[in-house]
Design a protein around this ligand. Sequence first.
Ligand code: ATP
Length: 236
Amino acid sequence: MDVLLEVSGLAYSYSGVAAVRDVSFRVGRGEIVALLGANGAGKSTTVKVVAGALRAKSGSVRFDGEALEGQPSHVVVKRGITLVPEGRLVFAQMTVAENLQMGGFTQKAAVVARAAEQCFALFPRLAERRGQLAGSLSGGEQQMLAIARGMMSGPRLMILDEPSLGLAPLRVRELFRLIAAIAEEGVAVLLVEQNVHQSLKIAHRGYVMEKGVVVLGGTGEELLGDDYVRRAFLGR
Ligand code: ATP
């Protein structure tokens, strides 16, 4: 595998209470990797550490062969990682186009304009609504905008934290198609999801976390057929 992100022995505690104890996983170039686990397993904490929003207690994060742990978020973005956090945090009082411009803050104006057109090609529904206030978009459209905004910095790895949360089934299917399309553009995706079946259908590989530790890993297909995964997440 051509490794893009390598996380080893990551640990993080909130006020002395361990949330992530020993997490190791890899994401290959252009791969979709699902990070699964019950509520409170430590998935969001893990991705926040990778994205530089939290500082690890121990462990290492390497991106494209270089150490990344301890770097602040803006450096992490510049290196090519974008985190789209849980909860569609769009700028409600700004238009769709302005939201995209905000996502390109690390880039030059000409690059931003080109990236916006690429985003509109990938997200035609946003192109139709480029002058509309983001706060007036539907939930699914806001989630798309949050992802499109993340694409504006030209990432090589997109981390999506629970992108399907609160979306209607039809919109969820649309979202998963979009995630597959992003990977086809050569952008790797680390996908934190409660929607285990659909995530594993599009993921090349996945990991299962439990109480701050990775307990299982495999290809999407292997995990879909795994007894533990089926019992814990698929109700079978
Ligand atoms: P979910 O699927 O519910 O989002 P998760 O797997 O993403 O869960 P985390 O959000 O990483 O899990 O939480 C891991 C543990 O850390 C939980 O026990 C949680 O209560 C705790 N935790 C998370 N954020 C904080 C915080 N800001 N302060 C204190 N404890 C926290």
